[in-house]
Design a protein around this ligand. Structure first.
Ligand code: SF4
Ligand code: SF4
Length: 198
């Protein structure tokens, strides 16, 4: 069994190809979160970092239509995905935001101090970005990498099934049962993207 179970297998590299951005500015012009604005304010008050960023940095569109007028394809894309995830979606609870720090020529006026969520965007291969985003190919590559890693972990799980649960794995100071739990925890975050079927 020669499988390394490490974060590197399922987490993207820090080598982030910023140059792929074509500076269309769309991702800064329409942003949403799974929370209502009121929930975000509450979370921000509790000190949740991402919520604080949303409340402090981004500005709310007054309606979905206003957001659609600014970036129609991106907003429609996001709404379609939300509807797919939740057929009972209450669109009146969806709030779109835009960033006041985007310059008219689509540059970030606070680039050196921009928040973490902007530094990491697109966070992974499944992040919803506009149809013409320069990261499309990169996102495809990231998805395939994660799928390959998860498949490898699943193969390892199958091999571990052949061992008694309390067997101590050579060189790991860990039993087969503990290793199985660890592997499952590595796979878990990807289940929402379909990892059960890879
Ligand atoms: S949508 Fe993609 S290409 Fe456009 S600004 Fe954002 S990251 Fe860059
Ligand atoms: S802070 Fe900069 S990168 Fe982040 S949304 Fe605003 S303009 Fe875009």
């Amino acid at each position: 069994m020669d499988v390394e179970v490490s974060n590197e297998q399922v987490v993207y590299t820090s080598d982030f190809p910023q140059h792929l951005c074509n500076m269309c500015g769309k991702c800064c012009k329409a942003i949403t979160t799974p929370y209502t604005y009121e929930e975000l304010v509450e979370l921000a008050a509790q000190g949740q970092e991402e919520a604080k960023v949303f409340v402090e940095i981004f500005e709310r569109y007054s309606s979905i239509d206003e957001a659609k007028a600014a970036v129609p394809d991106h907003v429609e894309n996001i709404l379609n995905q939300l509807r797919k995830n939740n057929p009972d979606l209450d669109e009146s609870k969806v709030t779109f935001y835009h960033c006041p720090h985007l310059t008219p020529d689509n540059k970030c006026s606070i680039h050196s101090t921009r928040p973490d969520c902007c530094r990491r965007a697109p966070r992974n291969g499944w992040s919803l970005f506009p149809p013409n985003c320069g990261f499309k190919g990169w996102q495809f590559q990231q998805r395939e990498r994660v799928k390959a890693s998860v498949r490898k972990l699943k193969e390892y799980l199958l091999e571990l099934e052949l061992l008694e649960p309390h067997t101590v794995l050579s060189g790991r100071n860990m039993t087969a049962s503990e290793m199985k739990a660890l592997i499952k925890s590595k796979i878990k975050p990807w289940e929402k993207y379909g990892a059960n079927f890879w």
